[in-house]
Design a protein around this ligand. Structure first.
Ligand code: KIV
Ligand code: NA
Length: 264
């Protein structure tokens, strides 16, 4: 049996071969991603991508567990990281541990991810000292979109850089094994990558990051709107449109089912 990529193996990739990562939410797409990615994130973006929510704020813990379980079942090689949703970890280290342990027990994932810099450092230390590997996430943190007034690129004002650097250093010192840098100006992401000891995983960040992540549905062209930081590697939206349209035509014209699709 193939052993999964471990947390220490990811941590050891600092400054080395770039870490490949994508999100997945279900077993069958995860099985494909598993052949190519070092880790797979079951992101709370699934609330928006899979369930039509406007932000990630409404995602419940049980939904993360359902999708996390599906992705663990569909894979054998990649490290599986599951996002802690809004409201499940911010209140206290104790509550964070209780919910993170639930996620690990019920999904079989190898690590969790949570949003926040210095304010989450104490919790990150509490979790890692008790057996929960933590991937941190700073820069644009979608769970705070109501405070920020939307999804805003970070670091446009150079005076804000130090605070982002301090956040990154704080989560690294607290024991996070990697750090997602989302939605920030490129030179800031490059600078943080140089200054912190743990691998940075960029999304809307910099090619200097130690790895990259994208939302699978975004890079497959399944979203009607594509943000600037996404490179579209496949046009699945138009392919599905075509296939569904062809099927509808075949049904209406009684060309489906054909000779090959019926039992004689
Ligand atoms: O939820 C998510 O998909 C994420 C990635 C964008 C990093 O957190
Ligand atoms: Na997320």
């Amino acid at each position: 049996r193939i052993r999964r990529t471990t947390v220490p193996q990811i941590a050891a990739r600092k400054g080395g071969e770039p870490i490949v990562s994508l999100t997945s939410y279900h077993a069958h797409t995860a099985a494909i991603v598993d052949r190519h990615a070092d880790f797979i994130l079951v992101g709370d973006s699934l609330g928006m991508v899979m369930h039509g929510m406007e932000t990630t704020v409404g995602v419940p813990l049980d939904l993360m567990i359902m999708h996390g379980r599906a992705v663990v079942r569909g894979t054998e090689k990649a490290l599986i990281v599951v996002d802690m949703p809004f409201g499940s970890y911010e209140e206290s280290p104790n509550i964070a541990f209780r919910n993170a342990a639930k996620v690990m027990k019920e999904t079989g994932c190898g690590a969790i991810k949570l949003e926040g810099g210095r304010r989450m450092a104490e919790t990150i230390r509490f979790l890692t000292e008790r057996g929960v590997p933590v991937m941190a996430h700073t820069g644009l943190t979608p769970q705070s979109s109501h405070v920020m007034g939307g999804f805003k690129t970070q670091g446009r004002d150079e005076e804000s850089w130090q605070s982002h650097i301090d956040d990154a250093k704080a989560v690294a010192e607290a024991g996070a094994f990697a750090l997602v840098l989302e939605g920030m100006v490129e030179p800031l992401a490059a600078r943080i990558t140089k200054e912190v000891a743990i691998p940075t995983i960029g999304i809307g960040a910099s090619k200097e990051c130690d790895g990259q992540i994208l939302v699978l549905e975004d890079m497959l062209g399944l979203n009607p709107w594509t943000p600037k930081f996404v490179k579209v590697y496949g046009q699945l939206g138009p392919m599905i449109e075509q296939a569904v349209g062809d099927y509808a035509e075949d049904v209406k014209s009684r060309n489906f089912p054909g000779e090959d699709q019926v039992y004689r």
